[in-house]
Design a protein around this ligand. Structure first.
Ligand SMILES: Cc1cc2nc3c(=O)[nH]c(=O)nc-3n(C[C@H](O)[C@H](O)[C@H](O)COP(=O)(O)O)c2cc1C
Length: 325
């Protein structure tokens, strides 16, 4: 039997290089990550700075698959060649981004609307990354049937994996995942399928594995940012969450981010993205989140976090994300 694989989902603005490195150093339990998307660009040259997030020498701690977002096969070719030039033999195409301005332009989930364009993008991807081109998708744009309709197109290409987030673009990240439609797409897909959506607890993964035994690859996104102990809990169930471990992770994340970003605004912006999820793990988290959300200087941030560790470093077990109908 193929062993279970846990993968860090791409969350743009959250699971960038620094998060992935610090996560791998202090928590682990994840087999690999898909990086947040890089957009395709007009022109024949890709500036090296566009590829900073996926530089192989900085991604040694956690194997990463780059992801691209675009709708021009020519631009896709240029970007994939640059990514290949870094040594990658795997890459993922984003056909799931739900933001209306992305979808309207026919990118992200909007790619699902046009089967010919989707086909050209997959053809280009498989030509340049023959060892491992993959696709990350949603169920549809307004209604869930579109992905199932596109499965015939998707099945024509030798893809390494199709990761399905079982929501429509219209749902964004709200409402519940549609496991019935996921099952229908899983049955129709001839490629290995990865599941992505709302895994927050060991019980969630148990339920999903029982219902979809054919799935071996599970993506963890918001659940792992809200509870970085989750992958280890999924692996061996019983490890208690240790505040000292979280503290070391946060110190590393702060120092790395400070060295990388210019100015306190960018630094606080990144820390607030993280804490928007992480505060839910902390007893008294709403109060802590208010203090972090409103702070204007990094020193205020450090004081708020230090006070939580000093006063009440107690964790609140997350609620299940998967509720069966
Ligand atoms: C803030 C945010 C950024 C995201 N960025 C990406 C992205 O760059 N590429 C992608 O394929 N999916 C992206 N996603 C979707 C996630 O990868 C994932 O499929 C989705 O959040 C559901 O899984 P989760 O409930 O485990 O988070 C993003 C989601 C969020 C909330």
């Amino acid at each position: 039997m193929v062993p279970r694989r846990l993968c860090l989902a791409p969350l743009r603005g959250v699971t960038g290089l620094t998060f992935r490195r610090c996560f791998a150093r202090h928590f682990g339990g994840i087999d690999g990550a898909v990086a947040p998307f890089l957009t395709t660009l007009a022109g024949a040259r890709i500036k090296p700075t566009h590829l900073t997030d996926i530089l192989p020498e900085r991604n040694a701690e956690l194997p990463v698959v780059p992801q691209v977002l675009g709708k021009s096969p020519a631009e896709l070719r240029t970007l994939l060649l640059a990514i290949r030039g870094l040594g990658y033999t795997r890459c993922d195409l984003n056909a799931g981004c739900p933001w209306p301005f992305v979808v309207k332009k026919g990118r992200g989930a909007g790619l699902l609307r046009d089967s010919e364009l989707l086909s050209s993008m997959l053809e280009t991807g498989c030509e340049i990354m023959p060892e491992g081109f993959s696709l990350k998708v949603r169920l549809g744009i307004d209604t869930p049937g579109l992905l199932l309709e596109r499965m015939e197109t998707i099945n024509r290409f030798p893809l390494a994996e199709v990761a399905i987030h079982p929501r429509t673009a219209r749902q964004m990240y709200g409402g519940t995942v549609d496991l019935g439609s996921f099952g229908a797409c899983l049955a129709a897909c001839r490629h290995p399928v990865a599941y992505s959506g709302d895994i927050r607890t060991p019980a969630d993964l148990r339920r999903l594995e029982a219902r979809f035994p054919a799935v071996r690859s599970w993506m963890l996104g918001r659940g792992v940012v809200a509870d970085p102990f989750l992958p280890r809990l999924l692996a061996d169930g019983g490890t208690p969450r240790d505040p000292a471990q979280l503290r070391l992770f946060l110190e590393d994340f702060l120092e790395q981010s400070r060295a990388e970003l210019s100015g306190p605004g960018a630094l606080l912006g990144r820390l607030k993205e993280l804490w928007g999820y992480l505060h839910t793990l902390c007893a008294g988290g709403e109060r802590l989140w208010k203090d972090i959300r409103t702070c204007r200087r990094p020193e205020e941030y450090e004081r708020a976090v230090a006070a939580w560790f000093q006063d009440q470093p107690v964790f609140v077990a997350p609620a299940d994300g998967i509720v069966e109908p």
